[in-house]
Design a protein around this ligand. Structure first.
Ligand code: AMP
Length: 418
C-alpha cells in the first residue's frame, strides 16, 4: 500500500471498530458504576491555564518533563491536561458546588511520555473524585467502586496495593529520614535517583530501576511516621475494605507519580501486563490541593483508571472482547429503482440495523457482501420481486432459506426472524 502523506504522531493512535467500540462500552460500564454510587459527570476543558497543572508540584515528571504546554494566539500560557484531578479541583474552586461533591469523568489526557505498549502520549482515563469529606468511608467507597468495575469487567488478576502517605505536617520529618538514608547509600543508587534524591526523595521510592531496588527496600517507611489521626484513618480504611470484601496488599513504599497525595494512596496492578506498566489505575487523598489552587481548604480523594491499559489487561485475561457490531439485515437490490434506499431507511426507522452495497454491484457481488457482513438476513429485490411487489427474505445463518414476502410485510417478517 502506498504510504499516506501523514501518519499519526508518536504515542497517538487511530481507534477504529471494534477497538473504539470497546472503549465506548468500557466508559459506559464505568458510568453505570459511578451513577450507582451517586456520582455526577464533569466534562472539564482539555486545556487549561498552565498554572493549574504546575501547582501539582514541579518535582513530578508529569509537570516538569511531560507537559504539553504552549502559548496561544492570545499570549496565554496553556497546557493540555495531563490528568483530571487538577482540573476537577480547579472546577471545584471556581464553581463551588455543594459538598461532598462526587463527580466522575472520562476522556483523553496528554503527556510527553516515551511511547511504548501501554504508554501513549494521548491516553484515556476514567475516574472519580469526592471533594469536601475527610471520612475514610469515602476512601473505601471509591476504592470499592473501582474494584467493582474491574470485577464486572471480569478481570481476575487485579491487585489493590494500599499505603498511607500521612499528613503534610509529618512529611518533613519523614523526608529528612529518607534523605539521610539515600545520602548514606548514594553510591549504590542509579544516577537518575541520585539526582531525584536532592529534589524529592519520595520519588526515589517510585524508582523501577533494578539498581535502586536494595536501597529502596531498606528505606524508612512513612507508616512509621503517621500522626495519630492519619493512623486511625488508615486503620478505618483497612477495616472498611475488609468489611465490604475488597482484598488489598499493604505496599508501604507506594508513592505514585504526583506530589500532592496525603493519607490513603493506592494503585491497582494487573499481572497480565508487561512488567514496566503493570499499573492499571490508582489514586488517593489530596487534602491540600484545592487550597494550592486558590480554593477553600476542602479535602479531596479520587482515582483514575487507564482505559488503554485496562483493555490490554482484558486482552491478556481473554475477557471483555469486542462486541458484535454487524448489522442485522443486508439489503441486496439489482433494480434501477429506489428499492434498496427505501428498504434500508424503513428498517433503520424501525430500529433494525441495516446496510447495503452501493455503486450498482452485480447480484453475485452483493450476495457475497451480505455473507461477509455478518448479517442474519438478506432482503433481495431483483426485477421479478420488483414486478411482483415482493421481497425475497433469505436467512444467512445455518441453512439459507429463502421465502418471498409481500413488500409491506417485510418489517414484520424480519422482526419475526431476528
Ligand atoms: P496516573 O495519573 O499517572 O496515576 O495514572 C493513572 C493510570 O492512567 C495509570 O495507572 C495508567 O493505567 C494510566 N496511564 C498513565 N499514563 C499513561 C500513558 N502515558 N499511557 C497510557 N496509560 C497511562
Amino acid at each position: 500500500m502506498a504510504r499516506a502523506d501523514f501518519q499519526t504522531l508518536p504515542g497517538t493512535r487511530d481507534l477504529l471498530e471494534p477497538e473504539s467500540g470497546r472503549v465506548r462500552r468500557l466508559v459506559a460500564r464505568f458510568a453505570t458504576e459511578a451513577e450507582l454510587a451517586g456520582f455526577g459527570q464533569i466534562v472539564p476543558p482539555m486545556f487549561e491555564d498552565v498554572g493549574v497543572f504546575t501547582r501539582l508540584g514541579e518535582a513530578s515528571d508529569v509537570v516538569s518533563k511531560e507537559l504539553y504546554s504552549f502559548e496561544d494566539k492570545g499570549g496565554r500560557a496553556i497546557a493540555l491536561r495531563p490528568e483530571f484531578t487538577a482540573s476537577v479541583c480547579r472546577a471545584f474552586a471556581e464553581q463551588r458546588p455543594v459538598v461532598p461533591w462526587k463527580t466522575w469523568y472520562s476522556g483523553p489526557n496528554f503527556r510527553y511520555d516515551k511511547p511504548q505498549k501501554g504508554r501513549y502520549r494521548q491516553f484515556d482515563q476514567v475516574g472519580a473524585e469526592v471533594i469536601g469529606s475527610q471520612d475514610p468511608d469515602v476512601d473505601v467507597e471509591l476504592i470499592s467502586l473501582a474494584w467493582r468495575f474491574y470485577q464486572r469487567l471480569g478481570l481476575p488478576d487485579v491487585v489493590l496495593l494500599l499505603n498511607s502517605l500521612g499528613d503534610f505536617a509529618q512529611r518533613p520529618a519523614y523526608l529528612a529520614a529518607l534523605r539521610t538514608h539515600f545520602e548514606a547509600n548514594a553510591a549504590d543508587l542509579s544516577e537518575q535517583s541520585q539526582a531525584t534524591m536532592a529534589v524529592n526523595p519520595l520519588r526515589v521510592l517510585d524508582s523501577k530501576r533494578r539498581q535502586d531496588g536494595p536501597v529502596v527496600a531498606e528505606a524508612p517507611l512513612m507508616l512509621d511516621y503517621l500522626s495519630d489521626d492519619a493512623a486511625a484513618a488508615f486503620d478505618r480504611v483497612q477495616r472498611g475494605l475488609k468489611a465490604v470484601g475488597v482484598p488489598y496488599e499493604l505496599a508501604p513504599r507506594l508513592v505514585r507519580g504526583l506530589d500532592y497525595y496525603t493519607r490513603t494512596t493506592f494503585e491497582f496492578v494487573s499481572s497480565g501486563l508487561d512488567a514496566a506498566q503493570t499499573a492499571v489505575g490508582g489514586g488517593g487523598r489530596y487534602d491540600g490541593l484545592i487550597e494550592a489552587l486558590g480554593g477553600p481548604p476542602e479535602p479531596g480523594v479520587g482515582f483514575a483508571l487507564g482505559v488503554d491499559r485496562t483493555l490490554l489487561a482484558c486482552d491478556a485475561a481473554g475477557v471483555f472482547g469486542p462486541a458484535d457490531t454487524s448489522v442485522d439485515v443486508w439489503v441486496v437490490a439489482t433494480t434501477e429503482g429506489t428499492e434498496a434506499l427505501e428498504l434500508v431507511e424503513e428498517l433503520r426507522a424501525a430500529g433494525i440495523r441495516a446496510d447495503r452495497s452501493y455503486d450498482g454491484r452485480s447480484m453475485k457481488a452483493q450476495m457475497k457482501a451480505s455473507n461477509r457482513s455478518g448479517a442474519a438476513i438478506a432482503l433481495i429485490v431483483g426485477e421479478d420481486e420488483a414486478a411482483a411487489g415482493t421481497v425475497s427474505v433469505r436467512t444467512l445463518r445455518g441453512e439459507g432459506r429463502q421465502t418471498p414476502v409481500e413488500r409491506r410485510q417485510v418489517i414484520e417478517k424480519v422482526r419475526s426472524l431476528l
